[in-house]
Design a protein around this ligand. Structure first.
Ligand code: ATP
Ligand code: MG
Length: 140
């Protein structure tokens, strides 16, 4: 299995409830390494670029508003098969459908306030990491 990197965001609903450490513990317990991490206040412009794939969706405005409403923690996670593994660890987008033990099952409030983001493909992981981190910021 190849070592991969994926991009993660601990979203505003989670930072607001002081859940950064609890979520990081789930990530690390799953065998993923946090090789870069920064707490930021995402601007609306950054959120719009980040979620541009969803710009035609009815929830886009709400999503951009939510992502810039409070601090987020942007992260690079590394491990075997990290992209698919982190999607598994996060659980389904809608927490009502998320499996037991997943981050979204344990912590998410709703479909919109679902605590974490994770890249869904190698191309998106590379683009998302590059939006928030320089090479020197990532120490594996
Ligand atoms: P993410 O991209 O954040 O990791 P995801 O890949 O599981 O989540 P997407 O379909 O890419 O889900 O949707 C991106 C985000 O948009 C979701 O995580 C959620 O916060 C929000 N979202 C998706 N669908 C809805 C909806 N129907 N109503 C409100 N918000 C939604
Ligand atoms: Mg997505």
């Amino acid at each position: 299995m190849a070592t991969e990197r994926t991009f993660s965001i601990i979203k505003p609903d989670a930072t607001r409830r002081n859940l950064t450490g609890a979520i990081n513990a789930v990530i690390e317990k799953a065998g993923l390494r946090i090789v870069a991490q920064r707490r930021i206040l995402m601007t609306q412009a950054e959120a719009k670029i980040f979620y541009a794939v969803h710009k035609e969706r009815p929830f886009y405005g709400e999503l951009v508003e939510m992502m810039s409403s409070a601090p987020v923690v942007v992260q690079v996670l590394e491990g075997d098969n990290a992209i698919a593994k982190y999607r598994e660890v996060m659980g389904a987008t809608n927490p009502a459908n998320a499996a037991e033990g997943t981050i979204r099952k344990s912590f998410a409030l709703s479909m919109g306030e679902n605590s974490v983001h994770g890249s869904d493909s190698p191309d998106n992981a590379a683009a998302e990491i590059a939006q928030f981190f320089c090479g020197n910021d990532i120490v594996g």
